[in-house]
Design a protein around this ligand. Structure first.
Ligand code: HAM
Length: 418
């Protein structure tokens, strides 16, 4: 029996992890600089949280969730995204009483039973954040600027920012009626999901992936043309603030996002390098979500970036990632007596935070040298009878072949100063 990773899942191997670490650390650093602290939420939640939070007319809830009954008969779901869980935590942990805005970022795995293709997995990673308690458009612009700073620090260029406003319940009610008038004559040609959406949530019809529905969705009236005065002012101020920050944007009235909780601002960073949908990152405002999950009336906004898609974009843009030298020095032994000396030297170095390796598999001296070379370890120290009796070793720089004689007792100091 040979086991293979499940369809739509992927190992991240040790030789690739440095790229992930760089992105994760940079994201965390940038979030910290904007006042966000990390939150870690559970991998699974009560199913109802997503049905209510993400919305039971969305593809995510209707078709893509990993839902099962646990042994206690409770219906639980592997999180398909992070927002609902963070909101649940915000309410459950009484964060409403904290000074606003409450700002949290996360780095999570998420699970969606999707048709697997380039940039679309069944288990994937998201870097995301959520901010609670601020209604004005300044924070919308601020989190978009946070993303531009992250891209800049990672060296990523040319991603395109698309923004839209999908209004509030007031403008949405008027728009839903207009949308229904538009779709009504075509009902026979629409898919069953859209027929159900017509009554429950017509806005979702704009986002339908079925070919036969897409052509009608493309010509449908746009919500942005029916915004109420408050939503319109909100969007105008957001645009001004983005201009003030020197952030280029395109207004794309077709962005409705695939999750039901959004109100007003929605945005996406897109690129043609990351698969058919092209979205690296998506987010927006959700001013009614906390209340609909049983909390008080607290506005929210956030985004999530697909980490796999982001790294795919980095690769397409040929961004260089420096591979860190975690192991600085290799100790090769020439005789059995050298082994305890090397063990002790390694312990001292590691206590000082300096990475080192030695032979642990009984290799010959020649094989040890071959290993050190292949592993690309920058320094080599050979210890045999002479070195033990002199109390001195040669440190060989593998890059230029030069070497320096130092005391065995001085190895930690030597590397500590490098
Ligand atoms: P989303 O647009 O569903 O939004 O997902 C955000 C990002 O996750 C996408 O832009 C994409 O890069 C990545 N992603 C989604 N599905 C997959 C997949 N199957 N395979 C690989 N990557 C994927 C949300 O999840 C919202 N919670 C974002 C948000 C936070 N809005 C407000 N706060």
């Amino acid at each position: 029996m040979r086991y293979a990773a499940q369809k739509g899942t992927k190992d991240i191997l040790p030789q690739d992890i440095y790229r992930w670490h760089k992105a994760e650390r940079t994201f965390a650093d940038v979030c910290h600089s904007y006042g966000y602290e990390e939150i870690r939420i559970p991998t699974f939640e009560q199913t109802d949280l997503f049905q209510r939070g993400v919305g039971d007319t969305t593809d995510v809830v209707q078709k893509e969730m990993y839902t099962f009954d646990d042994k206690g008969g409770r219906s639980v779901t592997l999180r398909p995204e992070g927002t609902a869980g963070v909101c649940r935590s915000f309410i459950e942990n009484g964060m409403t009483s904290l000074p606003s805005p409450v700002r949290m970022f996360y780095n999570i795995t998420a699970f969606r039973y999707e048709n697997v293709q380039k940039g679309r997995m069944r288990e994937f990673h998201q870097f995301g954040l959520e901010a609670f308690g601020s209604e004005g458009p300044e924070i919308d612009a601020e989190i978009i600027s946070l993303l531009t700073v992250f891209f800049e620090k990672m060296g990523v260029k040319h991603t395109k920012l698309c923004i839209n406003s999908i209004g509030c319940p007031t403008c949405r009610a008027q728009y839903n009626a207009i949308l229904k008038d538009y779709f009504r004559p075509h009902m026979d040609e629409l898919c069953d999901d859209c027929k159900a959406r017509f009554d429950k949530n017509p806005l979702r019809m704009i986002d339908c992936k079925v070919e036969g529905c897409k052509k009608y969705a493309a010509d449908a009236p746009r919500l942005i043309d029916y915004l109420c005065e408050d939503c319109n002012n909100h969007f105008e101020t957001l645009k001004k603030e983005l201009e003030n920050l020197g952030i280029e944007y395109t207004i794309d009235p077709g962005i409705v996002r695939g999750l039901d909780y959004y109100t007003r601002t929605v945005f996406e960073f897109v690129s043609e390098n990351v698969g058919t949908q092209g979205t690296i990152c998506g987010g927006g405002r959700y001013d009614g979500l906390i209340e609909s999950l049983g909390g008080s009336k607290v506005p929210g906004i956030g985004f999530a970036m697909g980490a796999e898609r982001f790294l795919m974009e980095c690769e397409a843009q040929e961004i260089a990632f420096d591979k860190p030298d975690h192991v600085k020095v290799y100790f090769a032994d020439l005789c059995p007596e050298a082994k305890p000396v090397i063990s002790k030297a390694c312990l001292d170095l590691r206590k000082a935070g300096i990475g080192c390796e030695r032979d642990l598999t009984g290799r010959s001296f020649k094989a040890q040298m071959k290993y050190a070379n292949k592993a690309g370890i920058p320094y080599l120290i050979v210890i045999g009878e002479d070195e033990i009796s002199n109390g001195k070793v040669n440190v060989k720089n593998m890059a230029d072949g030069s070497s320096e004689e130092i005391l065995i007792n001085g190895i930690t100091d030597y590397f500590g100063n490098k």
